[in-house]
Design a protein around this ligand. Structure first.
Ligand code: HSE
Length: 425
């Protein structure tokens, strides 16, 4: 029986879930995987939390060197969150030849090249299944289940907080602020919800997933990002009337060798499999040139779902003599020509206009002269002098759309551009 020692850095929600799974399933994993996983050290300051989980206090420490210098520890799982000290501790562990397991998408996405280099030096592996979409095995799918494929596109609902908020807005017609408050009360959203609602969390995940999908480094700063805090319930409702569901999507595509990666609210046709993913659930939809479309669905957060991904990584790392490398992360240069900057998309546009003759024809005239083809035009009957006019365009380049809207904004009778939302197929 292969025996391996593990260290857990932090015993918060996911660290605690992992502790519980490793303890409860030790025998099950021994039987099924032939590996005996022993928790040799826990780094945690909060002794009450350790006692609550039933951790033997003799393995609790606050000293990373105890982990790094223990030759019986071969896998280090990190649950601190944030950049430091997680990054420094994990680089130390890697340089000592250990494999690391992490759910820390911000630290990992921003520092993958450095971690990769440290893993190369030490010989251990990088395991980060839990960093994207919690318990869903999307990383393993991309690395170990799709070798026969060139991935051409990836779309994901990878943030449960925003999916919960948008689902409530859609189902109950409640506005953004009220849904956010409920999400905070339920523990989905943090007191400072910025990372979730402004799309940062989804951007980190998109960076990791797209790098794996296209075997090219897709740094966080190459990803266009827009959050959901400006979304109005009325646009969700108008979208519904047109057969669309609104989601915060992490999207990436590889078109003609150029990668485009973005995070933003997007309308999906209500028949798209991702549109039925509601509440705090996550799902990732990938197109590979051999397998065609696949979709993985499940819980994107939580102690046991995320702990499930962590334990899977620990078992996987423990079973490997030679660890997977991600060589593109070691390339020092990220080339501009590998990335598209002017994306093409369909758009939903809502304008507020004054209800008078000629306004609509002036607007459609601008779209036409800019070469933008309209798929749908809806004008709601006026209840006041101001009226909402909604356009859904065929695919057009973003730069062309922006030029058209700058002209439309100047037209007499146009009060404002009330909403601009991309439409994905
Ligand atoms: N904050 C994330 C979410 C969970 O709301 O999905 C952890 O990635």
């Amino acid at each position: 029986m292969k025996k391996i020692g593990v260290a857990l850095l932090g015993l918060g929600v996911v660290g605690g879930g992992t502790y519980r799974i490793l303890t409860a399933q030790r025998e099950y994993i021994r039987q099924n995987d032939g590996i005996d996983i022993e928790i040799k050290c826990v780094l945690e300051k909060n002794l009450e939390r350790c006692k609550e989980l039933g951790v033997d206090l003799s393995i609790v420490s606050t000293d990373i060197d105890r982990v790094v210098n223990d030759p019986e520890i071969s896998v280090v799982a990190e649950f601190f969150g944030g950049i430091e000290p997680a990054k420094t501790f994990l680089i130390k562990a890697l340089e000592a030849g250990k494999s690391i397991v992490t759910a820390n998408k911000e630290m990992f996405s921003k520092n993958w090249p450095e971690l990769e280099a440290a893993a190369e030096r030490g010989g251990g592996g990088l395991y980060f299944e839990a960093s994207c979409a919690g318990g869903i095995p999307i990383i393993r799918t991309l690395t170990d289940g799709m070798q026969a494929n060139r991935v051409t596109s990836l779309k994901g609902i990878v943030n449960g907080t925003t999916n919960y908020i948008l689902s409530r807005m859609s189902d109950e017609g409640v506005d953004y602020a009220a849904c956010l408050k409920d999400a905070q009360a339920l523990g989905y959203a943090e007191a400072d919800p910025t990372a979730d609602v402004e799309g940062f969390d989804a951007m980190y995940k998109n960076s990791i997933l797209s790098s794996l999908a296209y075997k090219k480094r897709v740094p966080v700063d190459r990803i266009y990002r827009e959050g959901i805090s400006g979304i109005a319930v009325e646009d969700i409702n108008y979208g519904k009337e047109l057969g669309y569901t609104l989601k915060l999507l992490a999207v990436s595509k590889n078109r003609d060798g150029k990668i485009e990666a973005r995070v933003h609210p997007a309308f999906l046709p209500s028949g798209h499999p991702l549109s039925s993913v509601s509440g705090s659930f996550n799902a990732v939809y990938v197109h590979g040139d051999s397998v065609d479309d696949i979709m993985l669905y499940g819980r994107g957060a939580g102690a046991l779902p995320t702990g499930s991904a962590i334990v899977s990584d620990i078992v996987f790392a423990a079973g490997r003599e030679v660890h997977r490398r991600f060589p593109w992360e070691l390339e020092t240069e990220v080339k501009d020509e590998d990335f598209a900057t002017d994306f093409s998309s369909r758009y939903y546009v809502r304008l507020t206009v004054t209800d008078e003759e000629g306004t609509l024809s002036k607007i459609t005239g601008v779209f036409g002269r800019c070469g933008i083809s309209l798929a749908t035009v809806v004008q709601k009957e006026a209840v006041s002098r101001e009226v909402a006019v909604i356009f859904v365009t065929h695919e057009t380049r973003e730069s062309v759309m922006k030029k058209a809207l700058a002209k439309i904004e100047q037209l007499s009778g146009v009060e404002n551009i009330a909403a601009l939302i991309r439409v994905e197929e």
